[in-house]
Design a binder for this molecule. Structure first.
Ligand code: URA
Length: 212
């Protein structure tokens, strides 16, 4: 797996305010949205394109356009929804699929509790968005689910990642024969005993949507 830590002063600035415990929910949402757009720029560096012949007012030239099938953006419910607008701002023609996954704590099997995706993802480039890569369980299950349905290139975009989560993705996805990339704004120090990223930013879902 390729790990890209997006390195830009604007990203670091927005992330600092996102982490701040006194940042209120409307500001948190706006900052997350802006940060995702900057991450999306980095994450789409290898989006698939094809040549496109056009005429400018002065003469013919060949540019590029996004290839078909169009990329698929997959927010992981619920917190991933807070990243969707920021992502599709740069990829307005992308299709969007939704995925909600839980681990059954008795069997430890992945359970899909919500799925709105095309059945056949053959040849699809997918951008999976989830703000916090903590233990890596949900993200690993989601990526495996997409690859099982034919996706052949996956980029996960997160705001923050814990080293433990990156290790878990490497371990659990190591056998997959498709390129997997992680783009994140920062890799933090560790996970604490409650599974929170340290220093992190707290519970991303709660800070985006309030506690439900
Ligand atoms: N999920 C969160 O929202 N925050 C963390 O720190 C870890 C997982």
């Amino acid at each position: 797996m390729r790990v890209i830590v997006a390195d830009h002063p604007l990203i670091a600035h927005k992330l600092t305010y996102l982490r701040h415990k006194d940042t209120d929910s409307p500001t948190f949402r706006r900052l997350a949205d802006e940060l995702v757009t900057l991450l999306a720029y980095e994450a789409t560096r290898e989006v698939r394109t094809e040549p496109f012949d056009i005429e400018t007012p002065v003469g013919p030239t060949t540019g590029i356009k996004l290839s078909t099938p169009k990329p698929l953006v997959v927010p992981i419910l619920r917190a991933g929804l807070g990243m969707l607008e920021g992502m599709v701002r740069l990829l307005p023609t992308a299709e969007v699929g939704f995925l909600g996954m839980l681990r059954n704590e008795e069997t430890l099997e992945a359970v899909t509790y919500a799925n709105r995706l095309p059945d056949d993802l053959s040849g699809r480039q997918c951008y999976v968005i989830d703000p916090m890569l903590a233990t890596g369980g949900t993200l690993a299950m989601s990526i495996r689910y997409l690859v099982d349905r034919g996706a052949d290139d996956i980029t996960a975009v997160t705001l923050l990642a814990a080293p433990e989560g990156i290790d878990a993705l490497e371990r659990e996805l190591g056998g997959l024969h498709v390129p997997i990339t992680l783009v994140t704004a920062a890799v933090d120090e560790k996970l604490n005993g409650q599974g929170y990223i340290v220093p992190g930013l707290g519970d991303a879902g709660d800070r985006l949507y309030g506690v439900v």
